[in-house]
Design a protein around this ligand. Structure first.
Ligand SMILES: *[C@@H]1O[C@H](CO)[C@@H](O)[C@H](O)[C@H]1NC(C)=O
Ligand SMILES: *[C@@H]1O[C@H](CO)[C@@H](O)[C@H](O)[C@H]1NC(C)=O
Ligand SMILES: *[C@@H]1O[C@H](CO)[C@@H](O)[C@H](O)[C@H]1NC(C)=O
Ligand SMILES: *[C@@H]1O[C@H](CO)[C@@H](O)[C@H](O)[C@H]1NC(C)=O
Ligand SMILES: *[C@@H]1O[C@H](CO)[C@@H](O)[C@H](O)[C@H]1NC(C)=O
Ligand SMILES: *[C@@H]1O[C@H](CO)[C@@H](O)[C@H](O)[C@H]1NC(C)=O
Ligand SMILES: *[C@@H]1O[C@H](CO)[C@@H](O)[C@H](O)[C@H]1NC(C)=O
Ligand SMILES: *[C@@H]1O[C@H](CO)[C@@H](O)[C@H](O)[C@H]1NC(C)=O
Length: 695
């Protein structure tokens, strides 16, 4: 019985033990994995770890709980720590701190660059001025500091594939690249020649590729991002597996648009694809239109735009990409817009490791038309379709003007030089005669000065087309001189008219005509106001034109800034001319009565008509240079303005002739001492005569 009891006891004991294990096992089996059951149990940004009967939530690095006493959940989620505002100066002085979910980035403001280059090491890196960095660079033999800087940046990007860069760092790197290359909005002085600098441009394009790739995280889902700074305007779009995409995506940069079928690209790249589209300010100075080989004259007509497919293995396009590119200027009908892409076959080799061979690189660097065509164009924009991606631009081809006739050019040069010679003689004469109170030459002298200077400038005009500032100044100066010549011409006609009227009314008033200060004020003040106003209203109107000269642009009817005043002056001149003739009417009517007097009067009329025709009407001829006859006539008449003025005002002027004779016979001084100078000052000898007659 006792035995039985004991047996029973152990039995119950073991039974209980097994029951305990049984229950534990069952309860273990029954334990719910909260983490698996509800993935959002910890809320966002937290890792969930299951334990028996419970679970632990751990915030991701860079996140923390607002209320640390309570376990993370949707209502008490882990939130991002804003390191930048919580720890001011975490990056160091003069830095830009960018907080992103989970972490933060340090970058430099424009004009500075991290001391450790692209990769920022916390506590080590600091921002240095670009100049300081350039000064410290010891470039390899035969390389400039600027190129060594770009080479270092490129190499660092190559050595750190997979690095993720935040937008401010990308923007800063672009800005630094452009600034050291001497282009872009921050460049202090443009160091690039007008031929451009394709090598530097290509290096920067290589850097751009890597920088854009560094913005794309692997396995990134659907995103759209932009980088906007004075230097760069970039937009980036990525799609991942499972994202819902429209058939084609459109990206924009500085008003230009790229349409690309990312979906079909993603199909060839395991479901994900990325495309970036950007413009870099100043790139057109590096990749200049001079790299486009054609017999035609060319002009860059758009921003240089760059399309990149970052971090993708198969970049074969299944359908063409379309670029809607804005024209920088309104299209003129005479030109041919061409879509071009930057072809640089050796871009990848050489840079950064010092093994580049400059000579070989230049051979393959050019703007090419292969695989790109104009799909649509109007005056404001052009749509280019391209079967590949690269760097693109629009180049305007302006049909070469008919090759300059060597005969005409030769004739023009000779004529202008002869004309200038007589201008010189006339000016010299007027200056030497200016002491003579009988001869008031102010208007004539300044007419000659303005005209001869404008002829002189026209001789060199086409040499400055490439230099923007010089060309603008040249065009402005020419505009000023031409308007001034016309105003002085008007003043001369006005003086003549006043005199003739005065004579016919037999009045003795101030004989000098208009006072000199007033003449100067009008003669140079009016053109100054016209040019100043024009420059203020539309300063880009001055510069190189399609005809390859520095002159007024035809855009926005800017040439009316000259045509308007000229027409006004010619009209006023015509009125004055008629009025002068009217005043001379009595003398003309008496023509037969006094032979010598009528001869003089006819001389006056001849001079007025001739001056009006030669100075005023040659410009009209200039508009009709259609055939050789008119061209030759224009060249001769226009260039001989000086000769003409010399003949009319010096050779045909008795007073001046007398002066010449005096100088030639060296009796000049003696004569003057004799004091036999007539005391009747007048506008000209002719007028003296008229005065003697009428008075
Ligand atoms: C979550 O925790 C697991 C295991 O501890 C770890 O492997 C994983 O990296 C964690 N995830 C994050 C985002 O911290
Ligand atoms: C990407 O996002 C879509 C929704 O926008 C989602 O359905 C898909 O699962 C995501 N894919 C990945 C890999 O995260
Ligand atoms: C570009 O235009 C062509 C013809 O105009 C069209 O066939 C093509 O689908 C367009 N590409 C995209 C990406 O929209
Ligand atoms: C796509 O993924 C498959 C396996 O899933 C792999 O074999 C193939 O190489 C991948 N293709 C690319 C372009 O990465
Ligand atoms: C590209 O191909 C390489 C191997 O050749 C592979 O490791 C990489 O994941 C691929 N990248 C993409 C985006 O498919
Ligand atoms: C891309 O296209 C070229 C020819 O157009 C072809 O030779 C090449 O194999 C293609 N690449 C891939 C990854 O399909
Ligand atoms: C071009 O732009 C101007 C001004 O923005 C506009 O007035 C004109 O209608 C545009 N022309 C076309 C064909 O879109
Ligand atoms: C030069 O321009 C004319 C029209 O302006 C065009 O017809 C011709 O094809 C151009 N030449 C080249 C080589 O593109």
């Amino acid at each position: 019985m006792e035995n039985c009891k004991l047996n029973c006891k152990t039995h119950i004991q073991s039974c209980l033990v097994s029951c305990f294990f049984c229950v534990s096992f069952l309860s273990y089996l029954a334990d719910v994995d909260e983490c698996d059951k509800d993935a959002t149990v910890c809320g966002p940004n937290a890792n969930c770890t299951n334990s028996i009967g419970s679970y632990i939530c751990t915030c991701f690095p860079g996140f923390r709980l607002n209320n640390p006493g309570v376990i993370a959940s949707v209502s008490n989620p882990c939130t991002d720590i804003d390191e930048c505002s919580e720890t001011p100066g975490i990056c160091g002085r003069q830095t830009v701190c960018t907080n992103v979910p989970g972490t933060f980035y340090c970058s430099c403001p424009d004009g500075f660059y991290p001391s450790t280059g692209i990769v920022w090491t916390l506590g080590v890196s600091f921002c240095k001025s670009l100049q300081e960095i350039l000064d410290e660079i010891k470039p390899p033999e035969g390389q400039t500091k600027e190129r060594a800087f770009l080479g270092n940046m490129n190499q660092q990007l190559k050595d750190n594939t997979g690095i993720i860069l935040p937008e401010p760092t990308v923007a800063n790197s672009f800005s630094a690249s452009m600034e050291v290359s001497g282009v872009g909005p921050r460049a202090r002085s443009i160091r690039v020649s007008s031929e451009g600098d394709g090598e530097t441009g290509s290096v920067i394009l290589g850097i751009s590729d890597r920088l854009v790739s560094a913005m794309v995280q692997p396995g990134q889902n659907q995103t759209k991002r932009t980088v906007k700074s004075p230097t760069v305007d970039l937009s980036l779009e990525t799609i991942g597996p499972g994202s819902n995409n429209a058939e084609s995506s459109s990206l924009s940069a500085k008003g230009n648009i790229m349409e690309i079928n990312l979906e079909s690209l993603a199909k060839n790249n395991n479901g994900s694809a990325a495309a970036a589209f950007m413009t870099l300010n100043g790139m057109e100075s590096l990749l200049s239109h001079q790299y486009f080989e054609t017999e035609n004259r060319t002009e860059m007509y758009s921003d240089v735009i760059t399309a990149v497919l970052p971090s993708m293995n198969n970049t074969n396009l299944t359908e063409p990409v379309n670029f809607t590119i804005h024209h920088k200027k309104t299209l003129t009908e005479s030109g041919l817009v061409t879509c071009v892409y930057w072809e640089d076959k050796t871009e990848e080799t050489g840079m950064g490791d010092g093994s580049e061979k400059g000579g070989e690189k230049t051979k393959t660097m050019r703007w090419s038309v292969e695989g790109c065509w104009v799909a649509f164009t109007n005056e404001n924009y052009t749509v280019c379709s391209c079967s590949h991606l690269s760097t693109f631009a629009l180049i305007m081809q302006i049909g070469e003007p008919p090759p300059e006739d060597p005969f005409l050019e030769w004739l023009n040069r000779i004529c202008v030089i002869v004309g200038l010679f007589f201008f010189g003689l006339a000016i010299l004469t007027f200056l030497l005669c200016s002491w003579n109170p009988k001869i008031n030459n102010t208007a004539r002298l300044h007419l000659c000065l303005s005209l001869s200077l404008s002829h002189l400038l026209l001789l060199w005009n086409d040499k400055y087309v490439e230099e923007e500032l010089a060309c603008t100044v040249m065009a402005g100066l020419l505009h000023f001189l031409v308007v001034a010549s016309f105003v002085w011409m008007l003043l001369e006609a006005l003086q003549l008219y006043l005199l003739v009227r005065r004579l016919s009314k037999v009045q003795v008033i101030q004989r000098d005509g208009l006072p000199r200060p007033l003449l100067y004020l009008i003669g140079y003040g009016v053109p100054f106001v016209i040019v100043g106003t024009s420059a203020l209203v539309y300063s880009d109107g001055y510069g190189a034109t399609e005809a390859d000269v520095c002159w007024l642009s035809r855009q926005r009817n800017f040439n009316w800034a000259l045509t308007g005043p000229v027409i006004a002056v010619l009209g006023l001149n015509w009125i004055l001319f008629c009025a002068t003739l009217w005043s001379l009417r009595p003398t003309l009517a008496n023509m037969k009565s006094d032979v010598s007097q009528s001869k003089d009067t006819r001389l006056i009329v001849f001079k007025i008509v001739a001056q009006f025709v030669i100075l005023g009407c040659t410009w009209i001829l200039g508009l009709y240079q259609t055939n050789l006859f008119f061209q030759v006539l224009f060249i001769i008449l226009n260039s001989q303005q000086g000769t003409f003025l010399f003949i009319v005002h010096c050779v045909l002027n008795k007073e001046v002739r007398e002066e010449y004779v005096k100088w030639l016979t060296c009796s000049f001084n003696k004569h003057r001492e004799g004091g036999s100078v007539k005391d009747a000052p007048s506008v000209s000898e002719d007028m003296d005569k008229a005065e003697e007659r009428t008075g």
